[in-house]
Design a protein around this ligand. Sequence first.
Ligand SMILES: NC(=O)c1ccc[n+]([C@@H]2O[C@H](COP(=O)([O-])OP(=O)(O)OC[C@H]3O[C@@H](n4cnc5c(N)ncnc54)[C@H](OP(=O)(O)O)[C@@H]3O)[C@@H](O)[C@H]2O)c1
Length: 375
Amino acid sequence: MRWLLRRSSRKAVAGFGSRGSFSLFEVGFSEVRRSVATSCRAVLLPRFGGPEVLELRDNVSVPDLKPNEVLVRARAVSINPLDCRMRQGYGRSLFKPLLPLILGRDISGEVASVGSSVHSLGVGQEVFGALHPTAVRGTYVDYAILAEDELVSKPESISHVEASAIPFAALTAWRALRSTANIKPGQRVLVLGGGGAVGFSAIQLAVAVGCHVSTTCGGESVGRMLAAGAEQAVDYTTEDCEVSIKGYFDAVLDTIGVPETERIGVNLLKRGGHYMTLQGEAASLTDKYGMVVGLPMSTAILLQKQMQYRYSHGIEYNWTYMRADGEGLEEIRRLIEAGKLKVPVEKTFPITQVREAHEAKDERLIFGKVVLELD
Ligand SMILES: NC(=O)c1ccc[n+]([C@@H]2O[C@H](COP(=O)([O-])OP(=O)(O)OC[C@H]3O[C@@H](n4cnc5c(N)ncnc54)[C@H](OP(=O)(O)O)[C@@H]3O)[C@@H](O)[C@H]2O)c1
């Protein structure tokens, strides 16, 4: 056995000062290597606001692992709309007392250390996965901590950048289509807003199950939707969706979730079908009225809508939220390996340019997926 204590070199990083030093203990057995970082770089959110509030800091401490947790050396973390919304104050009723937060849900990297009860993953293994939406210590860090069931081994066929773009979006789609609607081969699925990461994942998941898929998207996305197996892709910028979308559906996933798409979605469902929107109101109502009033209010609104649509249309109405799901993540990995699931990455930024990356997303300068790379 040999012990090594290494200290990283200090290196200038444009815009954010110097890179943090961290202790790296490597315990070398003949085939086992354990690395434990005690501090690392992290992008902190000290207060809510624009991209300028993000601070890349050195020497942010890495907490000890709980038995079921895994320390991941991050190589790539993707930006989800939730990151930008959290930065602006979405979920403030929950997150404000917990500031400073670390943003980021998705990650791809290598296992640096594992908790005592982790058996499915080992040190050095390449993994990818996503944190739960309410996690306070996110993935915009050199060393992220995720639960064992939030990670699986990364398919060798894709890079860390490509892998980091997938889990949060695909698990959201999985939750809606598999856990809620329980889609089956031969059923008809409509994805309203198929151009984004969740919508595009949903199309591919439904096609892989053997469903007939229709979608709406911007004109530039039509070809990509059809190539992924959608039988109909309606350009909502030039066509009347209500007229153009043919037939009735067993499940509708609405990634846009405005009153117009809700109306179209519920009207195109068969009796007993599932309408699922990604724009549930629980967080926004809680932010507006506080936990004590907002939470029961959102539950009441959801129940009222569920009853209303059951009575008027005979359908099931749901707010869909991403949730960690080890089984879902494993299936997502299998689909990636089979070449049946991918999320295109439009641009990468080094983590040192996290502000510029958020600015580009805020100003809609980049429509597709943006990934932050960590060296
Ligand atoms: N409830 C939850 O747990 C949950 C989880 C994840 C996301 N969400 C929410 O769901 C919504 C969608 O999330 P997302 O991650 O799918 O967002 P996204 O990837 O940023 O996509 C958003 C939109 O951007 C457009 N777009 C994406 N790629 C494009 C490209 N290459 N070219 C042109 N346009 C492109 C698409 O519009 P077109 O249709 O015009 O192509 C798409 O609808 C967001 O509001 C997000 O906050 C909710």
